[in-house]
Design a protein. Sequence first.
Length: 245
Amino acid sequence: MNRPVAIVTGASAGIGEATARRLAAEGFHVVLGARRLDLLEAIADEIGGTALALDVTDADSVAAFLAAVPDQVRVLVNNAGGARGLERVDQADEDNWRWMWETNVLGTLRITKGLLPALIASGDGHVVTVTSVAAVEAYDNGSGYTSAKHAQSALHRTLRGELLGQPVRFTEVLPGMVETDFSLNRFEGDADRADAVYRGLTPLTADDVADVIAFAVTRPSHVNLDRIDLKPRDQAAAARIHRAG
Ligand code: NAP
């Protein structure tokens, strides 16, 4: 395989799919991981990549995934994740919390830990972690998600220091509102509730985020973009939004 390898988790939809497509266009051989293998295979066919089933919450699935990836990996995009529910702390749903911590935090830990040797072996590794504005702000009713994203961010930033001196870069990408299936999944398929999130403003698209990720990974090796915040123009903070009408 002559092309450098990029691994994208959660590549079956949304930001992960857009990033996989964009990195392939930038010349990477992309390995796509997620649970919905049929979707991954269709995307991989189009971009000349490799589709591998991956459930980041399942240690056996992660082990099988790691066993199937090449010995040298240039880029890892930790993107698999999301939110479940929106409720006050005094109404907290522990199953939702568990899902968010398992997927966003422990999922990122398992995959990153497993791939660090291959990233270092490439001589020019790069870990991009998609956290969120929720990684730097707490907002009402969002504690399960904001706490998980804060933890995922802390994990990512710790690696930046621990791996200093190794040939690996670390970039955290913190999007605001991006119109994907994120809200549909957060609200268990309630399309009206999901649509209302994006009503009256122009949200970011998955391609907007992929664009930023591609920019970060195509800088020269000595340039480390540590943290990139991006939001729609009409969003100044997690819960400070201008809506038309
Ligand atoms: P999305 O359209 O719901 O995509 C989520 C992706 O994660 C899917 O490909 C899904 O694939 C994958 N995934 C979920 N659970 C997984 C698991 N256990 N193992 C492997 N893959 C899993 O949402 P998105 O907006 O693209 O979200 C991508 C990332 O951006 C998430 O980390 C999210 O927290 C973050 N983010 C999103 C927004 C936003 O407004 N959309 C804002 C800030 C940050 P399968 O279902 O096929 O497994």
